[in-house]
Design a protein around this ligand. Structure first.
Ligand SMILES: [Zn+2]
Length: 590
């Protein structure tokens, strides 16, 4: 530590404090507000030159020094020796559903890291130890039976007997995707059957099997979800979001751009047809606002507002744009824009309501994001594919704006097409010319992709020069873990171990760049987030092993990485450097 004039002054102050008192230690004076220095790391800054440094200093929530030894330290600086560990910038998940995850009823348990039935059971058993006896353990969305069995073995859920013996004290309910199917243990079965929900009645399935069905239709699984939602309280919802952020920090996600949920069928109370992706749109953000005001957000949660409405005049979206502000909030909780639907009647782009809504967003000059799944409009075979309809529609709206006297049209608004399993070079160029970007994912294809349901074409998209970022689209149809998403980008393999996206894979550094430096653009925050550079907001992740080293972490192990230390806004929000934390998700990792 270097002695400088500030230091000498602090020394004198400390001496003065000591006179006539019991020994006053520097950290008491610092009150936790001191700087943080990391030393002896392999710190991948992801700056333009891919610089790797060994030390950083974090002060007042920002990177004060990157790669300089000791200049800015003082008595209040806490030093952590990383002993050669690898560090990356805080991971930005630029399209996910953390708010929906926080609203899950029961104590949600992420199963995405479990690679076998045994690991799934171990994960649930570990979660049971973190919760009060009798509390519901749930896992709603974000996993698939495909994870548990390599091809060509048949897949299945854990049986009722397996779930009951792994977790006896709690009712357990797990379900896939938006609306099932799922599985329960005996305690949960007793409850559901008593409430009229059929369990174990499907021919050829286990006695704990709970049937699912099409999106938007009441199924035994969504009925179970409806019953569990009746038991939620304000406190349980605060707990749910706190749990979701704890998990995110534990796997290294520091920033979420939340993309909302579908409105409940019956506003406020919902009904049994509502699935995992539905919420009460009037109250869905209460928990995040409450935790924000209490200073208890441990992740950055930035918000898009999802609008689905059938009325061609899009009154809800109109009210939003007239009566609220984009870019409002601070660096922890901020409104960003509209998405991932823009007044899409029946979820379809290209309808009159969608066109009017899109026009309103353009006129208001807000950010806009739409998802594309390479589905034909209305999911009707023969109708044009969603990504073409969206980009063509955006072009029309842009040209109208230009004709009305706004020469920039939508070109400075950074409109984003998300997921993009399929797109052609001409449409990439068209979107690029509109100032847009493409936000790709991996976890969805990893969970349920096949040789014909594959993509995104990562290499083609990167080669086009359009802004491209990475996200998970967790946590209904996809996983949240960035390491699972990166595994898919790097290997092109799905959860069954089948190569489905060969020819479009990326190297590890390029893949990581999509999740960090590139994602700054997608948050309109490339000057603040995404890299470890002086002056930027201090978010970083110490990784459990060296992601960049193929010998230390063979391809198959990428998906099992996690964080051992996560810093958000200069504060340590997750610390497992000593490896002793008992966090449940570690049970699903080797
Ligand atoms: Zn989404």
């Amino acid at each position: 530590m270097k002695l400088n004039s500030q230091h000498a002054w602090l020394g004198a102050a400390a001496l003065a404090l000591c006179i006539g008192a019991t020994a006053a230690r520097a950290d008491d004076d610092c009150d936790g507000g001191g700087a943080l220095r990391l030393v002896n790391g392999k710190i991948h800054t992801m700056d333009k030159h891919d610089s790797i440094v060994s030390t950083v200093l974090v002060r007042n929530g920002r990177f004060a020094e990157v790669g300089k030894a000791g200049e800015g330290d003082d008595d209040c600086t806490r030093t952590i020796n990383l002993r050669g560990r690898t560090v990356v910038p805080g991971i930005i998940d630029s399209h996910n559903h953390i708010i929906l995850l926080g609203l899950r009823p029961g104590r949600d348990t992420r199963l995405e890291n479990a690679n076998s039935i045994a690991e799934a059971l171990a994960t649930l058993a570990a979660r049971a130890k973190e919760t009060q006896p009798g509390e519901w353990l749930t896992s709603v969305g974000g996993f698939s039976r495909n994870q548990f069995f390599a091809a060509p073995q048949p897949v299945r859920f854990p049986t009722l007997k397996e779930l009951s013996s792994a977790v006896g004290e709690h009712p357990v309910f797990i379900m896939e995707g938006f609306s099932g199917p799922g599985a329960v243990n005996q305690k949960a079965k007793d409850f559901l059957v008593a409430h009229g929900v059929p369990v174990g009645t499907t021919p050829g399935q286990d006695e704990g099997y709970v049937d699912g069905g099409a999106f938007g239709v009441a199924t035994p699984c969504t009925t179970a979800l409806f019953l569990l939602r009746q038991m939620q309280t304000r406190d349980s919802m605060l707990q749910g979001l706190t749990d979701a952020m704890r998990y995110a920090a534990g796997i290294g996600v520091t920033t979420h751009l939340d993309q909302g949920g579908f409105p409940f069928s019956v506003p406020v109370v919902g009904d049994p047809s509502d699935g995992a992706a539905d919420f009460d749109r009037y109250r869905a953000h209460d928990s995040v606002r409450a935790l924000y005001h209490e200073g208890k957000l441990t992740n950055r949660i930035w918000i898009n507002f999802l609008h689905v409405e059938q009325d061609v005049n899009t009154p809800e979206l109109r009210a939003r744009l007239l009566n609220s502000w984009d870019d409002f909030g601070n660096n922890m909780l901020r409104v960003l824009g509209i998405g991932e639907f823009t007044a899409s009647a029946f979820l379809a782009p290209g309808t009159p309501a969608w066109m009017n809504g899109t026009r309103l967003v353009a006129q208001a000059q807000w950010r806009n994001e739409n998802h594309s799944l390479n589905f034909p409009v209305f999911a009707l075979p023969g109708l044009p594919l969603d990504w073409k309809v969206i980009i063509d529609g955006w072009q029309v709206v842009n040209d109208e704006l230009v004709a009305e006297g706004n020469p920039d049209g939508i070109k400075k608004l950074r409109w984003v097409l998300a997921h993009v399993p399929v797109i052609t070079p001409d449409y990439l160029q068209k979107l690029k010319n509109l100032g847009g970007g493409v936000n790709v994912l991996g976890g969805w294809r990893w969970l349920t992709g096949t040789a014909t349901q594959n993509g995104p074409p990562f290499r083609d998209i990167l080669a086009s020069g359009i802004p491209v970022g990475m996200s998970s689209d967790g946590m209904q149809i996809s996983t949240m873990s960035p390491w699972i998403n990166l595994y898919y980008v790097v290997t092109g393999k799905n959860a069954r171990g089948e190569l489905i996206n060969g020819g479009q894979t990326l190297g590890r550094n390029d893949a990581m760049r999509l999740y960090t430096a590139n994602n700054g653009w997608f948050l309109q925050a490339e000057d603040k987030l995404g890299t470890i550079e002086e002056g930027k907001l201090a978010d970083l992740v110490v990784v459990s092993a060296d992601y960049f080293d193929q010998r230390a972490v063979p391809d198959e192990r990428i998906k099992d990485l996690r964080s051992v230390l996560t810093v958000v806004n200069g504060k340590v929000v997750y610390d497992d450097l000593d490896g002793r934390s008992k966090d449940y998700w570690k049970a699903g990792m080797p």
